[in-house]
Design a protein around this ligand. Sequence first.
Ligand SMILES: Nc1ncnc2c1ncn2[C@@H]1O[C@H](COP(=O)(O)OP(=O)(O)O)[C@@H](O)[C@H]1O
Ligand SMILES: [Mg+2]
Length: 311
Amino acid sequence: MTDRTITPTDLFPRGPASGAMGLIELLRPRKTQAAFSTPALLEAADAVDDGKPLIELRNVSKTFGATKALSDLEVSIRPGELVTVVGPSGCGKSTLFNILAGLEEPDAGNILRLKGVSSTASDLLGKVSFMPQRDLLLPWRNVIDNAIIALEIEGMPRAEARKLAMEMLPEFGLAGFEKQYPNQLSGGMRQRVALMRTFLFKRDLMLLDEPFGALDALTRTMMQRWLLDVWQKHKRTVLFITHDVDEAIFLGDRVLVMTARPGKVKLEQVVDLPRPRKADIVTSPEFIALKKTLLEAIEEESMKSFQVAGH
Ligand SMILES: Nc1ncnc2c1ncn2[C@@H]1O[C@H](COP(=O)(O)OP(=O)(O)O)[C@@H](O)[C@H]1O
Ligand SMILES: [Mg+2]
């Protein structure tokens, strides 16, 4: 069973628009340099860490038929930052991630820059690691083989990929579980397998779309602390969508609050809390003051989207 070949149908059980964005899409081989040298793009040359943002979006809009999902969105993420994103349901958060993962092209007139190099969204395909809103573990593959899917599709020999993943298991709290199947794991463990897969697909930018959304409060708190540990150890740049304001503050260097649809950045709040952060930081006056500011901004936008929805 584990040797079954992955087909697009396996990864898009309900079609690519179902929200379960497929891994095959994400991992399509990069285009060659010649293929993406569209005029007016590639304005900058070398991609080096010289204080430039890792990723920059200017004036980004996205329209689906009659629905304007994003409008004039401006985002800039520095290398090594952990930036959290909150906003009302339907404001375009997942659409933003789909653009950054190269799965959706924004409307004309936008500017997207990766390490200073102007790009189309499709140029980003395969250059970021993405954990979509649903965990997409394949039920017929055990923990280790789920973790290595991205590497396998990239062409790494299975034995080599398995060895890499085995070494990572203890850090992800999965030692001894390599042979288990997804239905034998708790929700927290399934999330860790999905996160391990995202980490194993080593890219400068990691996009995590509500990775802990389905977990109970206690597991969630544990996972947050664990994520901070692995993030600090691996020094990755992370963009993290959440519904939970406490989570946004606890994890983030900055919190981006999005407006009701069409989504743009309403507030960029720096979280100036020392790291490493302990669990009890949530009761500090600084944390509570930040939470108050953010909740006010979010509530205003949630009210708007509620009214637009005709309630
Ligand atoms: N592929 C698509 N086709 C049509 N409409 C879409 C598509 N993807 C998203 N939308 C619409 O765009 C808006 C933003 O959706 P989404 O980005 O999923 O919001 P969020 O993640 O903030 O809840 C919604 O109104 C949604 O219905
Ligand atoms: Mg979403």
